[in-house]
Design a protein around this ligand. Sequence first.
Ligand code: ACO
Length: 282
Amino acid sequence: MSDKSPIEQLPQQNVLVKVEDGIAWVTLNRPSKRNAINPGIVYEMCDVLDAIELTEEAKCVVFSGSGDAFSAGQDLKEYFREMEKAHPAMRERLQRANSMWQWRRLMHFSKPTIAMVNGWCFGGAFQLLCACDLAVADEDASFGLSEINWGIIPAGIVTKSVAMALSQRAALYYILTGDTFDGREAAKIGLVNFAVPKDQLQAKTITLAKKLMEKNPVVLRACKSAYHYVREMSWDASAEYLGAKLDQSKLRDPERGAVKGMSQFLDEKSYRPGLGNYRRED
Ligand code: ACO
């Protein structure tokens, strides 16, 4: 058994991680390759997510990139060309690991997640962006579904991610033209929540993270799971599932938020649900 914490055990090569004031800052770290997602990032990220999950001080996760890129998408050389020569089982293993961190795991991650888009964001990076709960962008960051321009479709799970995040008109426009767009446009079409000048990007992200960290974490997690699952369910199944999910979150909530909130409003008259949070610390 190592004395080191899960985060101290990470290699901190392709992905940097630090925890400060409750926020786990996860930085894709291949600035010379514009943080293109290579097998190194993929496998390290799987461990990074495990380590953050195990770190109690990490209450919220922010993803961004080193240097002037968020991420230029999948690595065309290391992820695609070189893997064509690899054993099919190795290729499958890599694709499985990539879907795991960028989609399956992240979309349902136990802690809230924010993409902080600090620069170039292309192709496969849309998976990471869309899997995060919320997103803030530098208003001058450059986004693009460039796949059409070099003869492939946005695969992995990019087309699905974009179809779920954007309107049909916006999604098809950018899938079919490959046009680049900036952070302001990304906010306008709902791909990110906010676009701000570069020098305000971190502060805006911290404000958002703090807002999430004030909430009841068990309920926060249940809210996001419920959101993702009901999108794929019928109305009847959704009603049944949400009823069960509500009971589950009440049962799993150690601070018994529902009882507290109700009592602060109805009995103590010390809290108005329309004006903010119930008092979590009593
Ligand atoms: N895969 C592999 N290497 C990349 C990638 C990538 N997706 N993006 C950038 N790089 C590498 C370049 O090959 C270059 O490497 P080198 O120094 O060894 O020649 C280095 O990163 C720097 O790239 P430049 O193009 O010189 O940087 P610049 O700042 O001028 O441009 C930009 C940045 C616009 C992001 C450009 O690199 C680019 O268009 N990249 C590809 C973007 C893209 O289409 N991504 C989708 C990939 S497909 C997918 O994700 C499914």
